[in-house]
Design a protein around this ligand. Structure first.
Ligand SMILES: *Cc1c(COP(=O)(O)O)cnc(C)c1O
Length: 371
């Protein structure tokens, strides 16, 4: 089945007792046992499993073409689960522009437990140089946040496999509509479902999808069950509901982002535009080879430095100045000041989560703000 069909059907389950077409939300934390002590519904206690979470996990696994999926209470909780599932002393290689929330999680919570290096994973020599005997995981994020750098997943997988190292990909920016890392050889996919899966800036969630049900996945399920960083039945319901429109929302985001990137690239007040769909993007060829569409995120650098970038933000009327991404409304953000003093993000860079408003209205707003 195609992704539009999967998104609508794989997460729904018509209720047997009421025949409700849309699966009801099961708020019960506990499930009644039979006279012989068995569990006739298969459910025991909601931290271990809940019908709404099961359906969400079903559709997520199918969207990424994986063997199984696990849902969490936030993207960071899903990342934390990966790190907690590794043997203490394991060395992780991550990108030097890894999502700052997860980079800081490793630095602040896992120092002394895991080893990690943040490097330019696009440089094959640098990558080879950092592989050690205890390297167990290469973490990728492509396109990356906020520089929209694209990493050749197949190439990294080939290097990793030759050293028996696992590869996990943060696929939040691309979504499975644009890119499917498991098909390119990755072992694990991670998402913040707070972003495009939720799609309306009103819920938090995280996801892991595995290529195969192996010992590592069993450990990940253990961390999910014992750790308990699970989404509520209500949140699972909302994410499952939003996923039904994900493929069509992404088509709109991609179309608007491509047009906005082309507009900005020609603007005299703009120094540079970072969008994988532009032929000027340094990894455009790699992006074309592994993505079916280039996503709804772009960044651009304004001529005149940080002050000028902030002036543009404040003149925009339709773009909301806020962090996060993936919602129907367009958001813009001065990324360096969110990431903190050790950021490597240029101070004149603005990151845009291109929404689903009409592109003419968005461009008219940019036109008056860039004056
Ligand atoms: C937001 C985000 C995360 C973290 O997800 P939360 O839901 O905020 O915990 C991880 N990676 C990327 C690329 C993100 O954009």
């Amino acid at each position: 089945m195609k992704i539009e069909t999967i998104a609508i059907h794989a997460g729904n389950h018509t209720d047997e007792s009421t025949k409700a077409v849309i699966q009801p939300i099961v708020m019960s934390t506990t499930f009644e046992r039979a006279a012989d002590g068995s569990y006739p519904s298969g459910y025991i206690y909601s931290r271990s499993a809940n019908p709404n979470r099961t359906q969400l996990e079903n559709v997520l696994a199918k969207l990424e073409n994986g063997a199984d999926a696990a849902a969490f209470s936030s993207g960071n909780a899903s990342g934390m689960t990966v790190f907690q599932s590794l043997k203490p002393g394991t060395h992780i290689i991550g990108p030097d522009d890894m999502y700052h929330g997860l980079r800081n999680q490793l630095k602040n919570l896992f120092a002394g437990i895991l080893e990690f290096d943040f490097i330019d994973v696009n440089d094959e020599m640098v990558l080879q140089d950092h592989i050690k005997s205890n390297t167990g995981l290469i973490w990728l994020e492509t396109p990356s946040n906020p520089l929209l750098k694209v990493t050749d997943i197949k190439k990294v997988v080939k290097i990793a496999k030759s050293h028996n190292i696992k590869v996990a990909v943060d696929n939040t920016f691309a979504t499975p509509v644009c890119q499917q890392p498991l098909a390119l050889g990755a072992d694990l996919v991670m998402h913040s479902s707070t972003k495009y899966f939720g799609g309306h800036s009103d819920l938090m969630g995280g996801v892991l999808v595995t290529a195969e049900k192996n010992d590592w996945w069993t450990k990940i399920r253990d961390v999910q069950g014992y750790g308990g960083a699970i989404p509520s039945p209500m949140d699972c319901y909302y994410i499952t509901r939003s996923i039904k429109t994900l493929p069509y929302r992404i088509k709109g985001h991609v179309q608007n982002a491509q047009l906005m990137a082309a507009y900005l690239e020609k603007h005299p007040k703009v120094e540079s535009v970072m969008y994988p769909g532009l032929s000027s993007h340094p990894q455009h060829e790699t992006a074309k080879s592994q993505m079916s569409a280039f996503g709804g995120m772009l960044s651009f650098c304004v001529k005149g430095g940080s002050d000028e970038a902030k002036r543009v933000i404040n003149k925009l009327k339709l773009f909301t100045q806020a962090t996060s991404l993936g919602g129907v409304e367009t958001l813009i953000e001065h990324r360096a000041s969110v990431e903190g003093p050790d950021t490597k993000t240029p101070h004149n860079l603005l990151r845009v989560s291109v929404g689903l408003e009409h592109i003419d209205d968005l461009i008219a707003d940019l036109e008056q703000a860039l004056l």
